[in-house]
Design a protein. Structure first.
Length: 172
């Protein structure tokens, strides 16, 4: 179980405790829930259950979310990550229209949802794993309307020694 609390964290990602401790620098270690979004092949490299939650204070708002990993109950590893964020940064570049009326409270309210689903399939006694993930983001801005995006990634991880792992990932 991990709980991360941060201030002024990167606004568009859900950080885990390890990433928060390194100031936002992240690698997809095979025993880390960051592999859900960074390299999904890492989900198949170890047998584990994992849950982490994070609360972030971002510019003009907050973000919260959680990650769940299960690579113990089935033949493959599975992970899901969800993040909700809300900001109202009136100083954001390009965020406010130029026609705010006198006395009106300016708003740049942005709500965001980010969902990542990933799976990793292990081979050769978890010495090799291939994985795929899909990421969807939905943003609702008071001034710019609705926007959404979808990305996919594929990865491979190999562990020639128990203490050494290499990974390669391609993402859209």
């Amino acid at each position: 179980f991990g709980l991360g609390l941060s201030t002024n964290a990167v606004a568009d990602t859900l950080q885990n405790g390890n990433t928060l401790a390194t100031g936002g620098a992240a690698i997809a270690a095979i025993a880390d829930d960051a592999s859900i979004s960074l390299n999904p092949a890492g989900l198949g490299m170890t047998e584990r259950y994992d849950f982490s939650a994070a609360v972030q204070n971002i510019a003009g708002g907050y973000a919260l979310g959680g990650k769940v990993v299960d690579s113990r109950t089935g033949k493959f590893g599975f992970g899901v990550s969800y993040r909700y964020g809300q900001t109202n940064d009136v100083n954001a570049d390009g965020g406010l229209p130029g026609w705010i009326e006198a006395g009106e409270e300016p708003s740049n309210l942005v709500e965001s949802h980010h969902l990542v689903v990933a799976a990793g399939l292990p081979f050769f006694d978890r010495k090799l794993s291939v994985g795929i993930n899909g990421s969807g983001a939905w943003l609702d801005s008071a001034n710019r309307g609705l926007a959404n995006t979808f990305d996919m990634g594929v990865g491979v991880s190999v562990r020639p020694l128990n203490w050494l792992a290499f990974g390669l990932v391609g993402a859209d």
